[in-house]
Design a protein around this ligand. Structure first.
Ligand code: BG6
Length: 474
């Protein structure tokens, strides 16, 4: 990366995302010699001086970067500036004198401001590529439902081409997500069993013990289905279920992901209860400490129907996955921080060793990253008895290549590699999957589950005969 004239403009520079995730990522890339843009321009409404902005970033780097070194920050700081302004075209146009050559415009803004910011940048001419490429980065959520996602797409269309738009879904920057593709497509053993003839079910679980973390204003409007399933978990599903691309090429990858997303069978509007479960945490305890229920959290109305847990089941109408149920679930204030993609193979005929002996392949994301193959072997002794064995491959040792998803994704934006960023048609398809559920849940009270547990009991009703949810943790 040696483009000396490159600029990165961060909108929402005084906000949470910038201090917790973006600047720590920039700092670490810089410290490792991966980041050489000439300028990082923070842009926000606050009437701050350059000094105040840098002081604020420094304070936060000390908290969020374990190996913070004042000497490194001293060098990086020389490239950092701050400009206060709103999203009016004439204010944005003031950036023109500073931004010359290739530039990234990173919208770390509340979603309701995305279209104003993106079109304002266009109207100010900052999208023009005469002096170098121009890229727009948008954080999720890309819309609140199918219709608003379409409207956002339309608002961007006159100003930004698809190859200029990078939609961040930070799960795609996680190692395990990328490893699903590598593991699937580099091991011959995998392809022969990766279909409905051999696979009984797939479960994708992302359980957190965390609650709202001060984000109630956003979360109470979003809920778990929009916050986690529509984007992160459906993207993971696409990686598990897509056809192999012929080469490692962004367009090929997106085409195959979009294709499998299009094959997801629509959840029938009148039968949402058979395919989706909403839950909301009540009071309970997390690691032996009492925690309040969702509606007792500061800022949340006592009548809030926002779901803090969502589970979905769907089928995929293509040859590979015919008849295989896919289960996706995520919740806040659950029993454990536990996340995995678990693929269960069909049981073998029972006559030899008994009923229900089926293997699992598990890509674990939390609490550690590993691949487990859960199989059966002979129990030592004189009888022909079986016992479960786990062939476990820790993905990496503590500290080994430990970079954040944001580091990976920021670098990809600078390189112009769109493979880990959802294309617009993928986003549209993901909304199509969840839209009937959003409609059915509107105004309905979710089932309450005690904080610190496995989630609402109602999730059991999604399970096809003979299948059950995997417990969170051991
Ligand atoms: C975010 C959600 O996108 O992902 C949060 O908005 C969630 O609610 C987070 O906690 C989980 O991702 P990670 O990488 O922090 O585990």
């Amino acid at each position: 990366m040696d483009d000396k004239k490159m600029s990165v403009v961060i909108f929402g520079a005084t906000g949470d995302l910038t201090r917790r995730l973006l600047f720590p990522a920039i700092y670490r890339l810089y410290a490792h010699g991966e980041w050489v843009p000439t300028r990082v321009i923070g842009y926000a409404m606050e009437d701050w001086s350059q000094e105040k902005f840098c002081g604020h970033i420094e304070e936060n780097l000390k908290n969020f970067v374990a190996e913070f070194d004042p000497a490194v920050w001293g060098k990086l700081k020389q490239f950092v500036s701050y400009q206060s302004g709103d999203l009016q075209v004439k204010s944005l146009a003031r950036l023109k004198s500073q931004v010359q050559g290739p530039a990234v415009f990173y919208l770390g803004l509340p979603p309701q401001l995305f279209s104003q910011a993106a079109s304002g940048l266009g109207q100010a001419g900052l999208n023009e590529e005469a002096s170098g490429w121009r890229r727009l980065v948008i954080e999720k959520p890309f819309g609140w439902d199918f219709d608003s996602a379409e409207a956002l797409g339309k608002a961007l269309e006159p100003w930004w081409k698809e190859d200029q738009i990078f939609r961040i879904d930070h799960f795609l920057g996680k190692d395990t997500a990328q490893n699903v593709l590598v593991f699937r497509f580099v091991n011959r053993l995998m392809e022969s069993v990766w279909n409905g003839a051999h696979i009984a079910q797939v479960q994708i679980t992302y359980a957190e013990t965390l609650g709202l973390e001060g984000r109630w204003q956003y979360y109470d409007k979003a809920g778990a289905l929009r916050d986690m399933l529509q984007n992160h978990l459906i993207q993971l599903f696409a990686l598990v279920a897509m056809e192999p691309p012929s080469e490692w090429d962004s367009t090929d990858l997106h085409n195959h992901k979009a294709e499998v997303l299009r094959s997801v069978r629509q959840i029938p509007e009148g039968k949402v209860g058979e395919f989706a479960v909403a839950g909301q945490y009540g009071p309970g305890s997390i690691q032996d400490a009492a925690v309040p229920g969702y509606v007792e959290e500061g800022g949340i109305a006592s009548a809030s129907h926002t779901e803090t847990f969502a589970a979905l089941k769907f089928y995929v109408d293509n040859w590979r996955w015919h008849g295989v149920p896919f289960y996706l679930r995520s919740g806040k204030r659950m029993a454990a921080d536990y996340a995995e993609i678990a693929v269960q193979l069909k049981p073998v005929p029972p006559k030899l060793f008994g009923e229900g002996l089926a293997d699992w392949l598990v890509f674990r994301m939390k609490p550690d990253e590993a691949i487990d193959l859960v199989m059966w072997a002979k129990k030592p002794g004189l009888e022909q008895e079986t016992k479960q064995v786990i062939l476990s491959a820790p993905y990496k040792k503590a500290g080994e290549n430990d970079y954040s998803a944001y580091e990976q994704l920021l670098l990809d934006v600078l390189k112009g590699d769109q493979s880990a960023f959802p294309r617009f048609d993928e986003v549209e398809q993901a909304w199509k999957i969840v839209d009937p559920v959003l409609k059915a849940w509107a105004g309905r009270a979710p089932e309450v589950y005690a904080a610190g547990t496995q989630g609402p009991e109602g999730q059991e009703r999604l399970m096809d005969p003979g299948l059950s949810w995997r417990p969170l943790g051991d």
